[in-house]
Design a protein around this ligand. Sequence first.
Ligand SMILES: [Zn+2]
Length: 71
Amino acid sequence: MENAALRCASCASEVVADVTSHDVITIEGDHVPFRRHTDYVMCSCLSSYRVSDLRQVVAHVEARMRSNAAS
Ligand SMILES: [Zn+2]
């Protein structure tokens, strides 16, 4: 079952478990609040991802899952 976990484009490690409108849920399950569009998360391989970009990825995944469920 595919979930919304976000993988690093460089090393394919999971970077965050989920991103909501107001926080990031880490692989360890911690909720980290983000307030600014400039906030970043960093992978263990040192690739960094802007949180606002990750939110867009999650929104696309969730939209696709909803359309799959409807059809
Ligand atoms: Zn990585």
